[in-house]
Ligand binder design. Structure first.
Ligand code: SAM
Length: 304
């Protein structure tokens, strides 16, 4: 639908207009990270049909939503992920966040089906630390590296490497990760993520101000994204983004995303679970009212 035929926009009571959807398509995962927030959803086992996902996105674009990110669980565990992508309307940006383990086999078909780019979770370049953080073993770490290569090869770019900073464990690897990223000559971006304390992992909490101060000192240029007012630093030609969700009023004030749980509930905020709107099985005609209801329930977490 073009700009002139937009019915309206989805603006919440705090003036935040929804521009993107973050859709979890499964709660199943092939890793078990020590800190995982499970996108704020641990209970449900059900998974939305391709039709429900398609209906949600088709309805949302009429209200100006033009970006979709798929998440999980591990989204590549859905064998019909390509089918989901093929069912979508034309969007400005379709991305997925994945642990990369199954990406080598799927990168090409996902790109063909309409995926624009991927975020790949990689907190460390040390296989032993990787296996500790993700509760995995064997060849998982190598598979992620292969997944990154494949994503770059097929053009799922820019690939963003999601690196959760864990004090004393991964925060000491920022320089190594920067070097690794720079080898891809602009096709890979490093995204540092402040740890949110979900599984009693506060002992790994970093000093985000200190990290930011160091990035500032080293950056040739600093840019600010509208989404969450995230800062991007250009260091020796490599882009580094820092995501600071913890106790960050600016982050909440500039949140323009609506979440969807794997079983089809519209979810106004990662950290809030008592205001979900069930959209599973809803028709395209029913979807606009459900979207409006969910958006009307959005309260910035920092104000609660
Ligand atoms: N399995 C997929 C993946 O690995 O990207 C998608 C799901 S995972 C929950 C999505 C992202 O959330 C990952 O990049 C992960 O590192 C991040 N994440 C999970 N728990 C977190 C936490 N407690 N604090 C900060 N980031 C977290």
């Amino acid at each position: 639908m073009n700009q002139t035929s937009l019915k309206d926009v989805l603006t919440d009571p705090f003036g935040r207009t929804i521009k993107s959807l973050r859709i979890s398509i499964t709660n199943r995962c092939n890793l078990n990270c020590i800190y995982c927030h499970h996108e704020g959803d641990t209970d449900s086992q059900g998974e939305m049909s391709v039709e429900t996902i398609s209906n949600i996105v088709h309805a949302a674009i009429d209200y100006g939503v033009n970006r979709v990110k798929f998440s999980g669980g591990e989204p590549l565990l859905r064998k019909d992920f390509e089918e989901i992508l093929l069912s979508l309307p034309k969007l400005k940006d379709v991305s997925a966040t994945t642990n990369g383990i199954l990406l080598k086999e799927r990168a090409h078909s996902l790109k063909e089906a309409g995926l624009d780019r991927v975020n790949i979770s990689l907190d460390t370049l040390d296989p032993e630390k990787y296996h500790y953080i993700t509760n995995s073993n064997g060849k998982m770490f190598e598979k992620v590296l292969e997944g990154i290569h494949s994503a770059v090869d097929v053009g799922l770019t820019p690939v963003k490497l999601n690196m959760v900073l864990l004090k004393g464990l991964t925060d000491i690897e920022i320089d190594d990760m920067l070097e690794f990223t720079s080898e891809y000559k602009g096709q890979v971006i490093l995204q540092l993520i402040e740890l949110m304390d979900f599984n009693d992992v506060s002992s790994y909490q970093i000093d985000a101000d200190l990290i930011e101060k160091n990035l500032n000192l080293r950056a040739d240029e600093v840019r600010i994204r509208s989404m969450h007012r995230r800062k991007k630093y250009i260091i020796n030609g490599t882009e580094v983004e820092f995501v600071r969700p913890v106790d960050n009023t600016e982050f909440c004030a500039n949140c323009n995303r609506l979440r969807v749980t794997a079983d089809g509930k519209l979810k106004p905020c990662l950290l809030v679970n008592d205001n979900l709107v069930d959209a599973s099985g809803a028709s395209l005609e029913e979807m606009p009212e459900l979207l409006k209801l969910a958006v009307s329930r959005r309260i910035p977490y920092c104000r609660k």
